[in-house]
Design a protein around this ligand. Structure first.
Ligand code: 5GP
Ligand code: MN
Ligand code: MN
Length: 491
């Protein structure tokens, strides 16, 4: 068992699978692996105090593949690439609009048609030069700002407003730019051709990723809500996606690289967790990891930005121009280099948001409010917008969702009536339009579509209310507003 204590602040009403906690303990026996490595080759790690120093779990903690979802880890002298999830820089982006609920509801059929076209039926048009792509991979949103003119305002770039985008940088974690020196990693495992093709930019990805049109149902904290421009009846737009295949392939590649660098004379760790030593960053493996990580993360920021533009196009083509201000873009699968008290190290988050206090956000637009935290429920329940309180013991983190209650396999088995009931009450837009004439009689395709959707149905997720309450009761974040879905787009 790992001897690093796991801190958590979860109300008793939230059911946490015990074996998920046990599983985390087992996977965190990395300190033992580090000791073995230090004995075997004393200079494997530069820092004699290398190790996992702290672990905290969020109220939506649950099993995932590898390290459970909702884990925050502080390490010194090494990083654990497997503790940031497969989807590097998966995150949430939220826009506040000046639209009222009724404007969306009365035009929903036309909006649905546009969304289908732009998102799924070939209407996605994001021309980029090779140079633009390179800038995007290396510099994220700043790279895009510097090079967007090369696209001559074609396709989706028509909706890209330079002035607005420059202001928006302050509304993205780390300005949406994890600067990388190169694209050596991408070149190595994907080949330079990757820079010449579109690499799925503007894709939601499948599963629990979504774009949702939501309405503010209840204001809980009036002063912050008004600073963020939020009021009842108002429409907000929430995007949840990451680095799709770039991140996934990078993650798999990094894992292989870690295995290969492990000393051949030693037995590999039973728990399959491989530490990557910091080694003053001179190791070629470190350089490779650092570059791939940043390239994938920058791609994810760019992906969420493009989805934001696609969403604006889909709605404004029906309703005309409308105001849409970016509130925040927040990664929940990533690695941050931080100082905790006097100790420098790495905060890893897998399915966990950063939730800093107003004081910690000094010098940003959130210095009087705290960092925005988005906690979606499911496609059939309320979601929440909160403000971080910078809880030290939770490693300045908060949940990033309600957390699964049923595994995907079990969710598919839930009886049909519950599923029909859900479909009758909520608007879900996805690549398969069940009303399409050419799909009549294609029960194979429709069945597959239903199965995918069933895995993400509201009953597959925990009740969001006690998850949110845990944040309030333990001083992790305060509730600003509560929103309800009007329509959900699933990839
Ligand atoms: P993850 O990042 O682990 O993939 O999931 C994030 C969270 O999003 C889930 O825990 C769940 O609570 C929430 N979620 C999944 N699908 C939807 C959806 O379609 N709409 C909303 N509002 N939330 C969702
Ligand atoms: Mn995610
Ligand atoms: Mn993801």
């Amino acid at each position: 068992m790992s001897n690093t204590p796991i801190k958590y602040f979860i109300n008793p009403e939230v059911k946490v699978e015990n074996n998920a906690v046990e599983e985390l303990h087992r996977l965190l026996e990395v300190n033992e692996t580090i000791e073995t490595l230090q004995k075997h080759s004393p200079d494997y790690f530069d820092d004699p105090n290398t190790g996992v120093l702290e672990v905290a779990i969020t109220p939506d903690f649950h099993k995932g593949s590898g390290i459970p979802v909702g884990t925050t880890l502080f390490t010194r002298g090494f990083v654990l690439p497997q503790a940031i999830g497969n989807d590097i820089n998966c995150g949430m982006r939220l826009y506040v609009t000046d639209l009222h609920e009724e404007q969306i509801r009365t035009n929903l059929d036309a909006i649905e048609r546009n969304v289908r076209h732009v998102f799924f039926e070939g209407g996605r048009n994001i021309p980029m030069t090779r140079h633009m792509r390179e800038k995007m991979f290396k510099e994220g949103l700043i790279g895009i700002l510097d090079s967007h003119k090369e696209a001559n305002g074609e396709g989706i770039w028509r909706y890209y407003n330079e002035k607005q985008q420059e202001l928006d940088l302050n509304h993205v974690n780390k300005m949406g730019s994890f600067i990388a020196e190169s694209t050596i990693g991408l070149d190595d495992f994907l080949g330079p051709a990757e820079l010449s093709r579109d690499a799925q930019i503007g894709s939601l990805g499948g599963g629990n990723h979504f774009f949702e049109i939501q309405v503010v149902k209840k204001v809980h904290q009036g002063s912050i809500a008004s600073q963020w421009g939020l009021k009842e009846g108002q429409v907000v737009l929430m995007i949840h996606t990451g680095s799709v295949s770039i991140g996934y392939n990078s993650g798999a590649w990094i894992k292989e690289m870690l295995k290969k660098m492990y000393p051949t004379s030693l037995k590999h760790p039973d728990n399959g967790m491989y530490p990557l030593p910091l080694s003053e960053r001179s190791l070629p493996q470190w350089k490779m990891f650092w570059s791939l990580l940043h390239n994938a993360a920058n791609f994810a920021f760019a992906n969420r930005l493009m989805l934001g533009l696609m969403m604006y196009k889909s709605i404004s083509d029906v309703l005309g121009d409308f105001e849409h201000r970016l509130l925040y873009d927040a990664p929940h699968n990533y690695l941050w280099e931080e100082q905790l008290e006097q100790v420098g190290g790495f905060l890893h988050r897998k399915g966990s948001c950063t939730a800093k206090s107003a004081e910690q956000m000094m010098g940003t637009p959130f210095q009087y409010t705290g960092e925005p935290v988005f906690i979606p429920g499911s496609m059939g329940s309320h979601s929440f917008i909160l403000a971080g309180l910078g809880n030290r013991d939770s490693l300045f983190s908060a949940s990033h969702g309600a957390g699964r209650a049923l595994s995907r396999g079990d969710a598919v088995k839930v009886d049909d009536d519950r599923f029909r009931d859900f479909l009758a009450n909520f608007r879900v837009i996805n690549p398969i339009d069940p009303k399409r004439a050419d799909l009549r009689g294609r029960s194979d395709i429709l069945k597959k579509w239903e199965e995918e959707l069933k895995k993400e149905a509201p009953y597959a997720y925990k009740d969001i209310t006690p998850v949110i309450q845990s944040h309030v009761d333990h001083g992790m974040a305060e509730i600003v507003v509560e929103v309800a879905p009007i329509a959900t787009v699933k990839g």
